[in-house]
Design a binder for this molecule. Structure first.
Ligand code: NCD
Ligand code: ZN
Ligand code: ZN
Length: 427
């Protein structure tokens, strides 16, 4: 590997631009006027630790027509990500060592981001019988995050047992909080908009009731809990309450729940259909504040590719889910940095450091300092760009941000000193 100097970056957006020299994948020197065999002119870009996504749907195995480990890795690299956690709701489900090892191996072969498979909590995601968590943890994939995402682990006894197992494995359960008895047939956030449009409601309490129950269970068992895609102001209240009492709970929010709300549903365009649903303006505002305060720990994309035929259909038949990997940073800049809720240190915290800690990754979310891995996202804070789903690396194109002009552009991504994305191209 040749030596590299990245010229003119501002670590965490602080101070005057400096040069970073990289040797053997590690930051060897930070200073002025550095030189090496290869040079990359970063033109004043903000340097951040590479982003970590705790919640990505890669669709391999089973729906390779919508995304693969390779195409999802390309999207991740272009979005500034250096590690992603791949959800288990594939076909077959990642509820055993064979499937998680396949996803892990494909991630290594592609080599653009560290792909960490998430194992299912229950066999087939059916909520009835615990999957072999220990075997998945002991496999080559070294699974440390378990989730039935797409489905809620609704049975409290199964959830309790799962928390007991993951405590012993030093792992964490990422819960899709949705009380299924309260969301039968649900199509949109239960509120004025859904009532006017004639869509069956998905009430906030269906999320909040499970989050409250799981916080109590986690505390009772002494286990860690992670809450996926927090979407309501009420869930923020529950999380604050639980954290104040010392419960080991962490939580993520998606870019789309930070920026969008159910006022977009008027045209019945299924690109806006997602689980949990887009809520109200006041919910989005509460989520932004909670992310700034740390009550919500991090941003996770819930990148959920879907084929055109599963989205370009009537609302009730469409699948829920939205792309997120290539727009996450820009949506965080729009919703958090521009209004002054987070500075670049804060962006590093919510997009890299906290998710790395929650997922148990020791090589990601590291400080930008000599001796640390050169695993970085370089961001032009002044650039703006227009979202075009068709241009994304993902096979699917279901972005709710289509046509929006967004701030902040990833100019390069490095994984252990190697460019995985540069000037909008992979590698
Ligand atoms: N978020 C979604 O609307 N869909 C996800 C599942 C999930 O995250 O619950 C999917 O797999 O498509
Ligand atoms: Zn989910
Ligand atoms: Zn998901």
């Amino acid at each position: 590997m040749t030596s590299l100097v990245i010229k003119g970056v501002r670590p965490y957006g602080e101070g005057d631009p400096v040069d970073i020299r990289v040797e053997h994948g590690v930051i060897a020197e930070i200073g002025a006027g550095l030189s090496a065999q290869e040079t990359f002119d970063a033109r004043g870009a903000v340097a951040l630790p590479g982003f970590v996504d705790l919640h990505t749907h890669l669709r391999e195995p089973g729906r390779e027509d919508t995304e693969t480990v390779e195409t999802g890795s390309r999207a991740a690299a272009l979005g500034g990500y250096t590690a992603v956690f791949a959800m288990a709701n594939t076909d077959p489900v990642a509820d055993n060592a064979v499937v998680v090892e396949h996803v892990w191996r494909r991630g290594r072969e592609v080599g653009l981001v560290d792909v960490h498979p998430i194992g299912a909590v229950t066999v087939g995601l059916n909520g009835e019988k615990l999957a072999e968590l220990g075997t998945m943890a002991a496999s080559q994939a070294g699974v440390r995050v378990f989730s039935d995402d797409g489905m809620c682990v609704a049975d409290p006894l199964i959830m309790r047992r799962a928390l007991e197992y993951t405590k012993a494995l030093d792992a964490v359960i990422a819960q899709h909080a949705e009380e299924p008895r309260l969301t039968v047939g649900a199509q949109a956030h239960e509120g004025e908009t859904a009532a006017r449009l004639g869509l069956a409601g998905w009430p906030s309490v269906a999320e909040e009731a499970i989050v409250a129950r799981d916080c109590l269970l986690a505390r009772h068992v002494g286990a860690r809990l992670h809450v996926c895609h927090v979407s309501t102001a009420g869930t923020v209240d529950v999380l604050r309450w639980a954290k104040e009492r010392g419960t080991e709970v962490t939580a993520e929010v998606t870019p789309h729940h930070l920026l969008l709300d159910d006022s977009r549903l008027g045209g019945y365009d299924p690109v806006n259909k997602v689980n949990p649903p887009l809520r109200e303006r006041t919910d989005a505002a509460a989520l932004r504040q909670a992310l700034a305060d740390g009550v919500v720990d991090c941003v996770a994309t819930d990148h959920a590719p879907h084929a055109a035929q599963d989205k370009d259909c009537e609302w009730s038949a469409a699948r829920p889910g939205m792309l997120g990997l290539q727009t996450a940073l820009s949506v965080v800049v729009r919703t958090m940095v521009e209004p002054g809720l987070l500075d670049w240190r804060g962006v590093a915290r919510v997009m890299s450091e906290r998710p790395a800690e929650i997922g148990g990754l020791v090589e990601h979310g590291r400080p930008i300092a000599v001796g640390e891995p050169a695993t970085l996202a370089l961001v032009d804070p002044d650039a703006t760009w227009t979202v075009r789903g068709a241009d994304f690396a993902s096979i699917a194109a279901n972005t709710p941000f289509e046509g929006m002009e967004l701030p902040g552009q990833v100019v390069a991504t490095l994984l252990r000193g190697r460019f995985t994305a540069r000037d909008g191209k992979v590698g």
